[in-house]
Every structure is written in structure tokens, then in C-alpha cells.
Design a protein around this ligand. Structure first.
Ligand code: 3HC
Length: 697
């Protein structure tokens, strides 16, 4: 037996202990170790009962996800579970931590389960585009019926130990060490008649066939139109648990599991799981210790500043908010309180938690109020001269060693850093709106930024429950650079014959919550107009320039805030209505340039938008603005609404073939230089393994 599973006998009870840090994932060595241990325990006459336990922070948190997509290695997890369940001596699982996926299924294959009270349980396979494939879809409904089983497998949220007891999934919780409690439990079972209780033979959950069928039908109906593949398969499996004998149900589950595993959706979702974890890694994080941060100063209490303040307050920090004058400060403080009010109304925090958060917030109209802060984030308007002024003022009041951060979305942080005494303490922390909700934070590293300042940015983002992505300095960093390329591709099509409404509908059908022109209306067309003006002097004169957005801005059609943009918004409504005058403006622009409009189908619209994103992404990796392609996927999913189940633009491109994309880009490039394929594609295609090597850094 390897080191991953140990076996010892304690007064007639065998303790089988799993030890595979960090989360005891059920890899091939653990699976083999378990089978050997159960064989040995069964063959040993001194053993009358068995306790299954795991060292470290958790009972297995699932199958080993790194093994998916590779050749399978025996024994399979469903066979291990069946082996455990078939043991002729009572088996008690002693569980703690996050008992998830295959780990929960392994526990369900034991005859009894005793849990630490803080344990959480879940079957989150659906988040990886798969389903519980080690008997979970068959065993769980046998205990707690279809409705609870489907909730557990599709709603994704883990349940508490108390809830698991209520559902009958767990036999008890114990405040004592859970292994000792399970040992006591196992000793009591020795010699008792009917001590074996295989879950496959349980029927409580199947006792109301009509209610069961109704729950299955309701879930199937609720999922109508859901683009995800796995949830519908889960419903089929849970239905099979009622209709088929256990072995038949297991075979049905296995086939459904394999269908899911082979799908592009699962490849994409598994990629995102690792990409999110990879994004939190950066060379500076590996080599430097973060600086301690307790008090955070925020300058500017607009939408971004207030959201960022709320986020830090949620995470337990003290926050000092500075705004220009008392009325603006009062508005900002009220805005923050209203974020918490909403959370109280939704039940996610209590009124007492609101008070406690507000007690950690102070407001001031003088910059010296942030003199005790360990980190100050400026969130003033997106204007370099204003930001430089704010930085200069802050430089005079902050304490030695304090970090100066900017929430700029586009501007050069090297320029900002050059104006202060300690440029090594300057970094970008680019949050996304609404900042207390959106999970992405771009940690922008300037030429002079010290490693420990970068490490602090990453640590803080994690403490806020956000996903940090490291970005070098580029206009728009990672996310907004890609957004700009996406919009350029869309604008080209507008001028060539597509309508903004067609483009938006296509991108929504792909899975974005909003199309690019809806987003422009929401953000305000003046923001991208300002960027175009800023970049005018460096614009490549050989590159096609689309002036539609500029013309709309000149007319004052700035988006939702102006009541009209690409759509009109009557009476402050947020649901836009298509505007014939916009189509007229676009038609006039085509005429001015002598363009004969042509038809665009959804496939071409989608292809061009995605190709532009991926090409820009490839250049960001090539130029070392992004660390790896998977960081781009994470940024686009968490900051821009790219559908998670498509894996992000880089993964989606990889799944559909990088060679054909490169070739198509070459064709597009005959129309305009914008489409010139990134040299990164040639590198990756020659190396022959997609983006894997680049993602591994
Ligand atoms: N397989 C392989 N590696 C895993 C893993 C798994 N199931 N779960 C976590 N890891 C790895 C992570 O990639 C990470 O590696 P890294 O340090 O190299 O980046 C490390 O373990 C620690 O993970 P986290 O950073 O996520 O640690 P947290 O403490 O924040 O979270 C957790 C722990 C809640 C267990 C979280 O890791 C998690 O949700 N894991 C996935 C759980 C899951 O989806 N299980 C189902 C798997 S599929 C399955 O079981 C199929 C079966 O039905 C047949």
C-alpha cells in the first residue's frame, strides 16, 4: 500500500486513513490504496468494523480533476465505492472539511457517516460540466428523494452538516474528534444484527413515486432553454434511480458521465477551475511577503469608490473615505450604506453586521485623513492630470511604506508612479463595476513596483473574495484591451452592413449577458470616445478608423445616462429600444465612405468578434502584459460576462482549432491590418500542444 492510504487496527476496528494533500483528491494511488485496504480489512479476522477517515484539512474533496481527459487508470472511483459498500463488515465514514463530489460519494458508499459539525457537503460536479459519476445520482435520491437530490446536484451550493443530518445523508455530528466519534460508533455496531446498511438497499427516498416523478418533471421544465449539458443529464440520472434497479441506474449514470466528460463544455469548465487558481499565482507572490494592511484609504466615493469601500468593509478592513466636499462625501457614505441595506433585505447579512461594517467606515474631506492608512486607492475621474494631482497630494500625507494604488481602467501607471517619491509603492488595482459584486481585480504592475507591493495586491484581492489577474502596463491593461479589439471588430461590421442590434443579439445568444453596444450604452459612450481621443496621436494611419461612435457622442447620444445611445431609454428606463435614427447615422456614414452594405449572419458576427478578442489576447501574452492565456479567460469571464461554460476566449479558440483561426485571420488581414494574426499563433501551432505550455507558467 502506498503512502496515500494507511491502515491500522484499533481494538477490533480498522482505521483506513487517506492522506493526499492538499484536499485528499481521489487520484489513482488513493483509489488503489482504498481497495487494498478494504481487502486487507475484510481478510483480517481481528477486524470487526471499519472507519474511513482522512488526514489534513478535509475528507476527499472529490475525484482528482487533473486526471479527467487523460487515459483512465483502474480502479475507477465507482468501482471503489461499490467495493466499500459491499464490505461484509460495517463501514463508518468519519468526515470533516469540504466533503465534495467523489469524496461525498465515497462517504455515501459507507454504511454510516459521522461528521464534524463544521463539515460542508456538496456535489458540485455540474460546475465542471459533469455529474456525480461514482454512484451519487443513484445513492443520494435513495436516501432523500428526488427534489433534495436535484437541488444538491444542480443548485451547486454546499449544505451544512446540520442540513445533511436533516436529509438523512449523515447519521450524526460530533464535537469530539470525528475519528474518535466514528470509532465509538463502530464499536457499538460490532455484533449488532443488521449492522450492515448498504445505501443501494435504502428506499426512504423512493417511497413516494408520484412526488418523485413530479420533482423530476419540475426540474426538467425549469431547465428548459438552459444551454448547459450536464444539468439535464443529472435529471435523467435521478429519474433513472426510480425507474431502474441500482446496477442499471449505475450503468445509466456512467454513460451519462462519460458523455459529459467528453463534451467541450466540460473541457471548458475544467479549464476555468484551474485557470482561476493559476491566476492567483505570480512570480512576485512566490518570492515576496505581502505588506500588512488593516486600514484602507479610498479617495473618491463615486460608484467605483463606494463599491470598493463596501468590498473592503465586507472583508473586515477599516476604511477611510475621502471626497471633495461634504455633500459629495455624504452621498458616498449613503451609497455605501445602501449597499449593505440591500444585503440586509436580501438576508445575506444581518442589521447588526451592517452596523458593525459602518462602524469601521470613516469619511473626511481632507486628504490627511488617510495618513494612517496602509493602502490608499484613488478612484477619481479617469483624467491623467486629475489623478496626478491626487497622487501628489496623497504623496505628502501618507505614512512611510504605505501603498498607493490607482483604480484607473486605462491610464499609464508608470506616469503616475513617476510623480511620487516612492514609485516602488505604486500599483494598479483595477476593480470592475459594481465593485462589491464583480470578482475580477486586475493587479497592474508598473516598471518600478516592488514585489511585496504586488504580493500585497494579490493577497488583498483574495481576502476580498476576488480573483486577481496580473497585468503589465498597457492602455486598458488586459480586459479593456480585449474589449477595445472586440468593439473594433463589431464597429467594422456596423460600417459594412450589420446593425448594432444584430451584433448584440448574436453575442447574447452566445452567452454574454449583454451585447457590446448595450454595454457601451451602460458605461457611457464618452469613455471610449475619450480613449480614442487620447490615442489619436499614436493611431496607425493605415488602420481603418470607424467614426460612428464619435458622431454619436458629438450629438450627445452618450448612452443610458443621456436617455439615448445605440438604444433609446424612455423615462429613465434601463431597457433600451432600437433607434431608427442610429441606423440612419450608420447608413449616412457608410454612404460618406462609399461602402455598399452587405449582409452579416450570426455565425460571421460571432466569429469576427471572438477572433478579434483572441488575437488581441495572444498579443497581450506575447508582449508579456498577460502572464498566460488562461489569465485572459479568467479576466473575460469575471470582468466582462464571457460565458464561463465556453471557457473564455482563449480556451474557446483552442477548442475550435488555432490553426484554422490563424488561417482565417490571415484572410481577414487582407481587408485590414487590424486582423494581422499575432505571431504567438505560429509559435503555439509549431509547438503542437495548444496553450498548455503557456498556461503552465
Ligand atoms: N482535484 C485536483 N486538484 C484539486 C481538487 C480536485 N478535486 N480540488 C482542489 N484541488 C487543488 C487546487 O487546484 C489547488 O491546487 P494548487 O494549490 O496547485 O492551485 C489546491 O487543490 C487547493 O485548492 P483551492 O486553492 O481551491 O483551495 P480552497 O481551500 O480555496 O478550496 C476546495 C478547497 C473547496 C476543496 C476547492 O478546491 C474545490 O472546490 N475543489 C473542487 C471540488 C470539486 O469540484 N469536487 C468534485 C470533483 S469531480 C468528481 O468528484 C467526479 C466524481 O463524481 C466522479
Amino acid at each position: 500500500m502506498g503512502q496515500e492510504v494507511k491502515f491500522n487496527v484499533n481494538d477490533g476496528v480498522a482505521v483506513i486513513t487517506i492522506n493526499n494533500p492538499p484536499v485528499n483528491a481521489l487520484n489513482a494511488a488513493v483509489r488503489q490504496g482504498l481497495v487494498t485496504a478494504f481487502d486487507d480489512a475484510e481478510a483480517n479476522d481481528d477486524v470487526k468494523a471499519i472507519v474511513m477517515f482522512a488526514e489534513g484539512r478535509t475528507f476527499p474533496a472529490g475525484a482528482d480533476i487533473t486526471e479527467f481527459g487523460k487515459p483512465t487508470v483502474d480502479p475507477w472511483l465507482p468501482d471503489v465505492c461499490n467495493r466499500v459498500e459491499a464490505t461484509c463488515k460495517p463501514v463508518v465514514a468519519a468526515v470533516h472539511g469540504t466533503v465534495l463530489g467523489g469524496g461525498f460519494e465515497l462517504a455515501l458508499a459507507a454504511h454510516y457517516r459521522i461528521a464534524d459539525p463544521m463539515t460542508t457537503f456538496g456535489l458540485p460536479e455540474v460546475t465542471l460540466g459533469i455529474l456525480p459519476g461514482a454512484g451519487g445520482t443513484q445513492r443520494v435520491p435513495r436516501i432523500c428523494g428526488a427534489e433534495a437530490a436535484l437541488d444538491l446536484m444542480i443548485a451547486k451550493a454546499p449544505i451544512s452538516a446540520a442540513k445533511a443530518v436533516d436529509l438523512g445523508l449523515i447519521d450524526g455530528v460530533s464535537r469530539a474528534h470525528v475519528r474518535d466519534a466514528a470509532l465509538d460508533f463502530a464499536h457499538e455496531l460490532i455484533g449488532k444484527p443488521n449492522a450492515l446498511r448498504p445505501t443501494r438497499e435504502r428506499t426512504e427516498g423512493l417511497s413516494d413515486p408520484v412526488g418523485y416523478a413530479r420533482a423530476v418533471a419540475a426540474k426538467r421544465q425549469a431547465l428548459a432553454g438552459n444551454p448547459l449539458f450536464a444539468p439535464a443529464k443529472i435529471v435523467d440520472c435521478v429519474e433513472a434511480a426510480m425507474l431502474l434497479p441500482f446496477e442499471g441506474g449505475l450503468a445509466f449514470e456512467q454513460a451519462a458521465f462519460e458523455d459529459c466528460l467528453r463534451s467541450d463544455q466540460s473541457a471548458a469548465l475544467r479549464h476555468v477551475f484551474f485557470a482561476e487558481r493559476k491566476a492567483t499565482k505570480a512570480p512576485e507572490v512566490a518570492r515576496a511577503k505581502p505588506r500588512p494592511v488593516e486600514i484602507v484609504g479610498i479617495v473618491g466615493g463615486g460608484t467605483m469608490g463606494s463599491g470598493i469601500a463596501a468590498s473592503f468593509l465586507d472583508a473586515g478592513f477599516g476604511v477611510v473615505l475621502v471626497d471633495r466636499d461634504q455633500p459629495m462625501l455624504d452621498t458616498a457614505l449613503a451609497r455605501i450604506e445602501s449597499v449593505f441595506d440591500k444585503a440586509v433585505r436580501k438576508g445575506s447579512i444581518t442589521a447588526q453586521m451592517l452596523d458593525e461594517r459602518m462602524a469601521r467606515l470613516t469619511g473626511d474631506i481632507h486628504y490627511f485623513a488617510v495618513s494612517e492608512a496602509d493602502l490608499v486607492i484613488e478612484c477619481v475621474i479617469e483624467d491623467m492630470s486629475v489623478k496626478e494631482q491626487v497622487f501628489a497630494t496623497l504623496d505628502a500625507v501618507i505614512k512611510p511604506g504605505a501603498i498607493l494604488a490607482t483604480n484607473t481602467s486605462y491610464l499609464d501607471i508608470n506616469t503616475l508612479a513617476a510623480g511620487v517619491a516612492h514609485p516602488e509603492n505604486v500599483l494598479g488595482l483595477h476593480f470592475f463595476s459594481p465593485a462589491h459584486v464583480m470578482r475580477l481585480v486586475e493587479v497592474v504592475v508598473g516598471e518600478a513596483t516592488e514585489a511585496d507591493v504586488v504580493a500585497t495586491g494579490f493577497t488583498l484581492a483574495k481576502k476580498l473574495g476576488k480573483i486577481p489577474v496580473r497585468s503589465g502596463v498597457a492602455d486598458g491593461f488586459i480586459g479593456n484591451s480585449i474589449l477595445a479589439a472586440y468593439r473594433t471588430a463589431a464597429d467594422f461590421m456596423l460600417e459594412d452592413g450589420a446593425s448594432p442590434y444584430q451584433v448584440d443579439a448574436t453575442m447574447r445568444a452566445f452567452g454574454f449577458p449583454m451585447g457590446p453596444y448595450q454595454v457601451l450604452d451602460l458605461a457611457g459612450l464618452d469613455i471610449s470616445w475619450a480613449r480614442r481621443k487620447r490615442l489619436k496621436s499614436t493611431r496607425d494611419p493605415e488602420m481603418r478608423y470607424i467614426a460612428i461612435g464619435d458622431k454619436m457622442c458629438q450629438k450627445g447620444w452618450l448612452g443610458q445616462k443621456a436617455g439615448r445611445g445605440y438604444y433609446t431609454y424612455a423615462d429613465g428606463s434601463r431597457l433600451g429600444v432600437e433607434d431608427p435614427e442610429v441606423l440612419g447615422l450608420i447608413a449616412a456614414e457608410r454612404e460618406r465612405k462609399g461602402i455598399t452594405p452587405r449582409a452579416f449572419g450570426p455565425e460571421e458576427i460571432l466569429y469576427r468578434c471572438l477572433s478579434a478578442m483572441v488575437n488581441e489576447g495572444a498579443n497581450l501574452v506575447l508582449n508579456k502584459i498577460a502572464q498566460r492565456p488562461s489569465d485572459i479567460d479568467v479576466a473575460m469571464i469575471h470582468g466582462y460576462g464571457f460565458p464561463r461554460w465556453r471557457g473564455g476566449p482563449m480556451k474557446a479558440a483552442e477548442l475550435s482549432g488555432l490553426l484554422s483561426l490563424r488561417n482565417q485571420l490571415r484572410e481577414f488581414a487582407k481587408e485590414d491590418k487590424f486582423w494581422t494574426p499575432s505571431p504567438l499563433f505560429d509559435e503555439v501551432i509549431k509547438a503542437g500542444h495548444g496553450f498548455d505550455t503557456l498556461n503552465a507558467v
